[in-house]
Ligand binder design. Structure first.
Ligand code: CAA
Length: 258
């Protein structure tokens, strides 16, 4: 499919999706969100893709929902299109691992899309925030929920109520991102992480993602039960056999996603 607001490139089992509205700091309008969800779903369905990387520009991952597009909408309109709900649900249904590579601003919907990915690698110039309060609204795509799960109540309240930004160092310290790298090395480091994931059994990678995500939905005893059952289920795969045999034979495993 031809896209106008994103650039999609599939190479060496990795699907790289770049948000591309440079004049608006990658503000998320409905077209961009629609194209992004379609690209993610296509990557999820494409057998040659084993990991997805989502990024923006050096200055902005995304500066939030498109304020111009939203500014004239009435309650009835946002309610009837269920603004942002569709994207939030669709991104959660992607089963392959998604890494967000964040440079510059990840604000409002930009921060929320990054948090909806499986983990965030941040450049040292990254800035995260939920500044919707400055516009007289609140976060609408997970910023009050996923940010709280990631950094705890105090920081989430601080950011949602004052609208202040969190820099990369604080985001790292608070557990919002998995690691911080020099801005110039962001894509090299992220692609290296994506390559590592792409070398694993895709069945195991999908299952690991499913198990971790379950922890947000169910109590611990239930989560541990789900994990144990998922763990058991992997013993039905050829990849489990290959992975363990390769270890014992002191060689690299050759996973075949079976
Ligand atoms: N929507 C639409 N356009 C945006 C935008 C947004 N969220 N963010 C930036 N832009 C546009 C600006 O209007 C500007 O366009 P023009 O050149 O045509 O005027 C261009 O991008 C460059 O932006 P700035 O000149 O403002 O750049 P800056 O470097 O001075 O400031 C910034 C950068 C601090 C990120 C500032 O642009 C900013 O505060 N942006 C808005 C951030 C925001 O409030 N995000 C939350 C949106 S609401 C939301 O996301 C709801 C939700 O939860 C789903």
């Amino acid at each position: 499919m031809a896209y106008e607001t994103i650039i999609v490139d599939v190479e060496d089992h990795i699907c790289l999706i770049k948000l591309n509205r440079p004049d608006a700091l990658n503000a998320l309008n409905q077209q961009l969100l629609g194209e992004l969800m379609t690209a993610l779903e296509e990557a999820d369905a494409n057998d040659s893709v084993r990991c997805i990387v989502l990024t923006g520009s050096e200055k902005a991952f995304a500066a939030g929902a498109d304020i111009k597009e939203m500014s004239t909408m009435s309650f009835a309109e946002v309610n009837s299109v269920n603004l942002f709900a569709d994207a939030n649900v669709r991104i959660m249904q992607i089963r392959k691992p998604i890494i967000a590579a964040v440079s510059g601003y990840a604000l409002g919907g930009g921060c929320e899309i990054a948090m909806a990915c499986d983990f965030i690698i941040a450049a040292d110039n990254a800035k995260f925030g939920q500044p919707e309060i400055n516009l007289g609204v609140i976060a609408g795509m997970g910023g009050s929920q996923r940010l709280t799960l990631a950094v705890g109540k105090s920081k989430a309240m601080d950011m949602n109520l004052t609208g202040r930004f969190m820099d990369a160092e604080e985001a790292d310290r608070s557990g919002l991102v998995s690691r911080v790298v020099p801005a110039k090395k962001l894509m090299e480091e992220t692609m290296s992480a994506a390559n590592k994931i792409a070398e694993k059994s895709l069945i195991a990678a999908r299952t690991a993602k499913e198990a971790v995500n379950r922890s947000f939905e169910v109590p611990l005893t239930e989560g541990l039960l789900v994990e144990r059952r998922l763990f058991h289920s992997l013993f039905a795969t050829e990849d489990q056999n290959e992975g363990m045999e390769a270890f014992l034979e002191k060689r690299e495993a050759q996973f075949r996603d079976r």
